[in-house]
Write a protein that binds this ligand. Structure first.
Ligand SMILES: NC(=O)c1ccc[n+]([C@@H]2O[C@H](COP(=O)([O-])OP(=O)(O)OC[C@H]3O[C@@H](n4cnc5c(N)ncnc54)[C@H](O)[C@@H]3O)[C@@H](O)[C@H]2O)c1
Length: 420
């Protein structure tokens, strides 16, 4: 079995908090070979290399930095990822972890001959997701999208129960995901501007995907209103968003999102999902408290998110814990989600190994179709509703919350209702 070399494009928060530790663990368990990380400039790469928590967890493991960390901090390399990807052996893995608006260009670049794992949202336009799906399938390249909430056990349990008709039919729900206030002073202030994205597109999409994942119902109408504010550097962004989604059976989901969970609070964010279902002369319900999972820590020093002492700790998303090997290992659905896509690309390559060119392509295409059909790992084919929702949400929020409809026939697309 051959390990896959990995190039991560983007060295920011998600790379530090989830992707790199997950990939390091998969390296020591034999799924991943060499690791390279490419960022716009050297500072985030230096931060990653100097991260104490990561080096204590993965002693002796390292990545190659592009540009090298010795490069002057002001030098920018917006196109360097192209060279790094071009230098890879065929059919390894590119992980796309840069701001949303660049995903399309980088994924298409990687699909020259590499498998891909992209952080959510895959792209901001439905047409682009179709293009990616088609190109990847033609070439027998796997594309996974990192919707990690699908791997939370509570989501998988709810999905199974819904399929077994233990709840009834989804009718009304509400979800929230409020990220910490401190995000406003991070690199977000450089790209999280009103014209590019908003809290609904950034995090609300997780819960819309989850309702689709659990119920299989497609969204048909989206309305999102936003509240603007200024980042410390003066850029204007939507700090809060309130969305309402109607599904194909008329069910409604409201979603609130923001960059505003108090830094001093125990969070480290606030998130939950509440769904009601209609049954035969009775109703069903799913209630997930996703921030408070029954674990509270109070530290001597302010080491919690935002410098807090008292924290709700989630053992379920991502944590580094002792294991039988050296250092620490990542556990939780964040790790499991990254691992599912990395190991899928690994299995696809290893199953196709030694086959003729034609048989290898056939085998890889067959495995891609099976993954699409299974619907656990998000792929362009089984999660395209997210691109439609994101596209509709952007149109709605930029038009003061006007309703945007999503049509599926004859070809999927979005439309402002007032322009019907
Ligand atoms: N819950 C989730 O699934 C989740 C959580 C956080 C972020 N994300 C997604 O991850 C992506 C990145 O978010 P983040 O929080 O890490 O952002 P960030 O702002 O912290 O980091 C962005 C990184 O992209 C790099 N970059 C920008 N332009 C580049 C270029 N031309 N070439 C190479 N690198 C370039 C920057 O150097 C930086 O390291 C976003 O799409 C976001 O939506 C997903």
């Amino acid at each position: 079995m051959s390990a896959l070399d990995v190039v991560i494009v983007g060295g920011g928060m998600i790379t530090c908090d989830l992707l790199l530790p997950s990939v390091y663990h998969l390296q020591r368990t034999g799924y991943v070979g060499k690791i390279k990380i490419c960022a716009l400039d050297s500072p985030p790469l230096k931060t990653l290399k100097n991260n104490k928590e990561i080096s204590e967890a993965f002693p002796g493991q390292d990545f190659e930095a592009f540009p090298p960390v010795s490069e002057p901090v002001t030098n920018k390399y917006p196109e360097l990822y192209k060279e790094v990807i071009a230098g890879m052996k065929p059919r390894q893995l590119v992980i796309v972890a840069m701001p949303d608006q660049f995903h399309y260009t980088v994924v298409m670049e990687a699909l020259a001959n590499q498998h891909v794992l992209c952080v959510k949202p895959l792209v901001l336009k439905y047409e682009q997701s179709v293009e990616i799906e088609k190109l990847a399938y033609e070439k027998g390249l796997f594309v996974g999208i990192e919707y990690h909430k699908r791997f939370d056990r509570r989501s998988l349990i709810a999905k199974r129960s819904y399929e077994l008709q233990q709840f009834g039919e989804f009718v009304m729900g509400e979800a929230k995901l409020i990220e910490p206030y401190l995000y406003r002073s991070s690199n977000f202030q450089n790209w999280f501007t009103c014209d590019k994205t908003d809290p609904f597109v950034y995090i609300g999409c997780h819960y819309v995907d989850l309702v689709y994942f659990i119920t299989g119902l497609k969204p048909v109408e989206v309305s999102v209103s936003g509240i603007k504010g200024r980042f410390p550097n003066g850029n204007e962004g939507y700090m809060w968003a309130n969305g309402r989604i109607r599904f194909e059976n008329n069910a409604l989901l409201s979603v609130i999102d923001g960059l505003g969970y108090p830094d001093e609070a125990a969070g480290s964010n606030d998130q939950s999902l509440l769904l009601f279902f209609e049954g035969d002369k009775k109703t069903g319900m799913v209630k997930h408290e996703d921030h408070y999972r029954g674990v509270e820590h109070s530290y001597l020093e302010g080491i919690g998110c935002g410098g807090s002492h008292f924290n709700y700790v989630s053992p379920d998303f991502y944590k580094l814990v002792p294991w039988e090997g050296e250092g620490y290992k990542p556990v939780g659905y964040g790790f499991e989600s990254v691992s599912a896509s990395v190991t899928m690309a690994y299995m696809i390559e290893n199953e196709a190994k030694g086959l003729s060119v034609a048989d290898s392509l056939k085998k890889r295409q067959e495995m891609i179709k099976n993954t699409d059909k299974k619907g656990i790992i998000a792929t362009p084919a089984n999660s395209f509703i997210n691109e439609l929702v994101v596209e509709a949400a952007r149109l709605s929020i930029l038009n003061d919350g006007e309703i945007v409809t999503i049509e599926y026939n004859p070809t999927p697309g979005v439309k402002l209702r007032s322009k019907k």
